[in-house]
Design a binder for this molecule. Structure first.
Ligand SMILES: *[C@@H]1O[C@H](CO)[C@@H](O)[C@H](O)[C@H]1NC(C)=O
Ligand SMILES: *[C@@H]1O[C@H](CO)[C@@H](O)[C@H](O)[C@H]1NC(C)=O
Length: 87
């Protein structure tokens, strides 16, 4: 009985260490994001200025992914310009 629970604890410990040691295996995911690119009016130094922003942010939002994740970004360009996206 004692050796059985000791064995179970060892298996759980090894699995836990394996998952901690190789996070890319345990956290691999499909990450989907949508970027809406459009005009945004900002007020700087008491003057309104139109800038091109992503999801209302400039610079655009950060993408948080882990090694091994698959990332799919849909870009909807509602700005008056042809654009390219870099990261
Ligand atoms: C976006 O901003 C540009 C540059 O200021 C302007 O020419 C255009 O009319 C604006 N478009 C919209 C939909 O506000
Ligand atoms: C965007 O690109 C298309 C295709 O090259 C071109 O016909 C169009 O004039 C461009 N628009 C602007 C605002 O540069």
């Amino acid at each position: 009985m004692a050796s059985s629970s000791s064995y179970s604890f060892t298996v759980v410990l090894i699995v836990s260490i394996t998952l901690l040691g190789f996070p890319s295996f345990s956290s691999s995911a499909i990450v989907e994001r949508c970027f809406h690119v459009k005009n945004l009016t900002v007020n700087k130094l008491c003057r309104n200025q139109v800038i091109t922003a992503v999801n209302g942010l400039f610079p655009g939002p950060a993408l948080h992914v882990h090694e091994g994740d698959a990332l799919a970004v849909t870009v909807v360009n509602m700005s008056p310009y042809n654009i390219s996206i870099h990261w």
